[in-house]
Ligand binder design. Structure first.
Ligand code: ASP
Ligand code: MG
Length: 247
């Protein structure tokens, strides 16, 4: 099987969590699967990069702003690759552009237009775990673009679609999708399954567990998306074509 696993900012926030993510990748590879990981920037690094931009300019060139803010994911990807290598498995980190993710030129909110997948395929064929920096791509002018806040989810689901992956897992700091924010409301209930349409409605109501464009991409390409806790085992929530069911 080809498996895509995405790790959010809290799931790669420090060395220990990176090791934990690395172990998940190695375990899947050891079962004989081909594994592609997608990562977000560590913790609140993206916010801190945006602060740095604001500190130097009130009206930054969007091209430069994206070049700066995309750096966080590149750091996570390389760190995770090194953590995998330490576990004795070969891995390679790729930036969005090295991975062949092509986008339009809407800096700060770009849409993925296609994937030139040769590099990823080549690395997978040589037995490596491929770790792609989320949230970024490259436009026609070969300038770095970013996909909008939370956009690493969209990188993961789009890669799963365009690489024809068998499984797409999003690891996050909650153990699935809830009907209300479980961090604020203890009565919140988890969905066992949720349809793409219901999930999009949750996104529109401000749920941040998944990027809306990732749900749209999942819907368009019919990719089931499994949302799981990076820290606790459990079934999580399946976002899919079927009906919505609370646990
Ligand atoms: N690091 C980016 C953000 O904070 C992208 C992501 O986490 O998906 O928006
Ligand atoms: Mg997110």
């Amino acid at each position: 099987m080809l498996i895509v696993k995405k790790f959010g900012g809290t799931s790669v926030a420090d060395a220990q969590r990176i090791s934990r993510a690395a172990l998940k990748l190695v375990t899947a590879a050891e079962k004989g699967h081909r594994v592609v990981a997608v990562v977000s920037a560590q913790g609140d690094l993206t916010d801190r990069l945006l602060e740095k931009i604001r500190a130097v300019s009130t009206d930054p060139a969007h091209r430069e702003s994206d070049a700066c803010v995309s750096a966080g994911e590149q750091i996570s990807a390389a760190l995770l690759a090194m953590a995998v290598q330490r576990l004795g498995r070969d891995a390679v980190s790729l930036t969005g552009w090295q991975a062949g993710i092509r986008t339009d030129s809407a800096f700060g909110n770009a849409r993925i237009q296609g994937l030139t997948s040769d590099r990823i395929e080549r690395e997978l064929a040589s037995g490596r775990i491929v770790i792609v920096a989320g949230f970024q791509g490259v436009d026609k002018q070969e300038d770095i673009t970013t996909l909008g806040r939370g956009g690493s989810d969209t990188t993961a689901v789009t890669l799963a679609a365009l690489l024809k992956a068998d499984d797409c897992r999003i690891y996050t700091d909650v153990d699935g999708v809830y009907d209300r924010d479980p961090r604020q409301d203890p009565a919140a209930r988890r969905y066992a399954t949720i349809s793409y349409g219901d999930m999009l409605a949750l996104c529109e109501n401000g749920a941040q567990v998944l990027h809306d464009r990732c749900v749209e991409a999942g819907w368009r390409y019919k990719i089931p998306i499994r949302v799981l806790s990076a820290f606790r085992d459990g079934p999580g929530t399946l976002v899919w074509q079927g009906p919505t069911e609370l646990v």
